[in-house]
Ligand binder design. Structure first.
Ligand SMILES: NC(=O)c1ccc[n+]([C@@H]2O[C@H](COP(=O)([O-])OP(=O)(O)OC[C@H]3O[C@@H](n4cnc5c(N)ncnc54)[C@H](OP(=O)(O)O)[C@@H]3O)[C@@H](O)[C@H]2O)c1
Length: 323
């Protein structure tokens, strides 16, 4: 089968299209004919191993799993004898950031993992883009314990995480101000933001609005800059470590001192079976729709990774594997 492989860590050109053997499902696994995957910042992070810590999961010297692609959608081609809840021909989508494998014509996944029958109201290709940004956003929103009516700022509302965060916060009943660039102001309004601040026109820290929670979805702000905007018990969470890893140190300091205004730095748990069902229901109820930047194919993988690494994608880049 065709797959994108990387035999070493590094820049986009360590990834290439290759012919590899088709995976065989064990007794608890589904074998999927993959329709689509995405190329996202999780794939980029594990490909580059920019943060050395990722190697403790993916292999110290070289990648244990040569095929990346944590998001996938496809059709069940065969099932192991102990599989429950799925049958051959089911259209499914899911998330696998343990062994990856979505950047290939076939992939295997345990029936107990984050895989579910795909929502019927969006294409199977788009279903591949439901999980990655939403997984991080959902975890962060839960840690911040956002309640209906609270004021939240989402900085970087056009990324995979930011665009998911705005939609999920809207579902949870928050009042959302969002920051993005000029060309995406209208898009972000449609996601559910009450007020959209164009960072190319205005500095969001100069507005009078205050927040119960500031969610920096692209890791470009700092607690110092956002602290004056936080309400008495306001929370700041960023998807990045911050300058010199400050978000980790501040989180520890604020926890130790029981500070009122504080940084939290949550480590995401695995995406659960319940969560994937929750996301599917949101999509089917029209409360969540993955934002699609573009549809690409396997031949362009180096160019795609170069673009994703640039931090400029709007939502998700879908990798079409079967048209
Ligand atoms: N290491 C990992 O495993 C991992 C996994 C997932 C995510 N992350 C991190 O989480 C962050 C978000 O990930 P993502 O996938 O959601 O990002 P993404 O999709 O790559 O986000 C890109 C978007 O952010 C916008 N943006 C860039 N600079 C901005 C700024 N200064 N102000 C406002 N918007 C800005 C870009 O639009 P414009 O350029 O037009 O403004 C673009 O639409 C990234 O820093 C990523 O590294 C890490």
């Amino acid at each position: 089968m065709k797959a994108i492989i990387h035999k070493k860590y590094g820049p986009p050109n360590v990834a290439s299209l290759a012919e590899v053997s088709k995976p065989q499902p064990n007794d608890e696994e589904l074998l999927l004919k993959v329709y689509a995957s995405t190329v996202n910042r999780t794939d980029s992070g594990f490909r580059s191993a920019e943060y050395f810590v990722s190697r403790f999961f993916s292999g110290l010297l070289k990648p244990k799993n040569q095929i990346l692609g944590c998001e996938f959608s496809g059709v069940v081609e065969s099932i192991g004898k102990n599989v429950l809840g799925f049958k051959i021909g089911d259209k499914v989508f899911g998330y696998n950031d343990k062994t990856f494998g979505g950047h290939a014509e076939y992939a295997t996944i345990s029936y107990k993992a984050a895989v579910a029958v795909a929502p019927k109201n969006i294409s199977l290709h788009d279903a591949a883009a439901i999980t990655e940004g939403a997984h991080y956003a959902l975890n962060i929103i839960r840690v911040a314990k956002v309640k209906p009516g609270q004021n939240v700022l989402v900085y970087g509302a056009t990324g995979a995480i930011g665009s998911s965060a705005v939609q999920l916060l809207n579902y949870f009943g928050a009042n959302i101000n969002a920051v993005c660039d000029t060309k995406n102001v209208e898009l972000v309004k449609t996601l559910g933001a009450t007020k959209v601040i164009d960072y190319q026109q205005s500095d969001f820290t100069k507005f009078k609005d205050t927040y119960d929670f500031v969610f920096d979805a692209v890791g470009k702000t700092s607690f110092g800059a956002c602290k004056p905007l936080l309400n008495k018990n306001g929370i700041y969470i960023s998807t990045e470590l911050g300058k010199n890893g400050q978000n980790i140190f501040l989180a520890l300091k604020h926890w130790a001192l029981k500070s009122r205004k504080k940084v939290l730095f949550p480590i995401p748990p695995d995406l659960s079976k319940e969560d994937i069902g929750f996301l599917k229901d949101l999509v089917e109820n029209g409360m969540f729709k993955p934002v699609i930047d573009s549809y690409r194919n396997l031949d362009d993988i180096v160019e795609i990774y170069t673009y994703v690494d640039s931090g400029q994608k709007v939502g998700n880049v879908v990798l079409e594997i079967l048209n």
